[in-house]
Design a protein. Sequence first.
Length: 228
Amino acid sequence: MLTRALPVSILVLSTFFPTTLLGQAKAAPSSAPPGAREFPVVMQQNVTAGKTLVGSKIRAKLEVATLIGGTVVPRNAVFSGEVIESAAKTATDPSRLAIRIDSVLWKKGSASVTAYLTAWYYPLTDAEGQNLQYGPEQPAKKTWNGLGQYPDTTTKVYRPFPGSDSGNGASAPNTPTSTASNRRVLMKDIESAKNNDGVIAIVSKNTNIKLDKLTTYVLSTGDLLPPK
């Protein structure tokens, strides 16, 4: 079974998971292949398949301290890499995006690492642990990813939760305090695809893939199985 890179201490866990979930997180089951690692990160730039060019430099901040080769990589360490595949959805072909990470840098050190963006992310939860729905209820007939919406902090209008490029809305209301869940889920209508050379891309047949600077995405050194 696959195993997720575990946080190195309860103090570190408290920066990412709600306090009531610490005991559960400590006993998290395997979800990554032997020797593989999983890194929850927040992108430092917006990325759009087909618009962000191949070769564009990518930076992402680590959300949970993680062990890499016996070294503790602290929270907020910066992963660096580049876009190696970027294609917009067409009438005949799906949207594709591949991001490869080559290194990670923090205040007291650095390390080489090969990891790829996956189709997983960590949704926001409210105090009761439910997925947040900031916007008005969505009609069933409209295209919607089912995971709620969040406000764009720059324009103060609703935008669809990760992966989609569609949707407009009204001004954002006051929102409750939230935190990232300790359980990752798949982005709606997006899946991972592994090439023969080991490159992992994310693919969508239904929407053009977009990444933002508000969502906690998952980088991994290998394929990931659903958590249990």
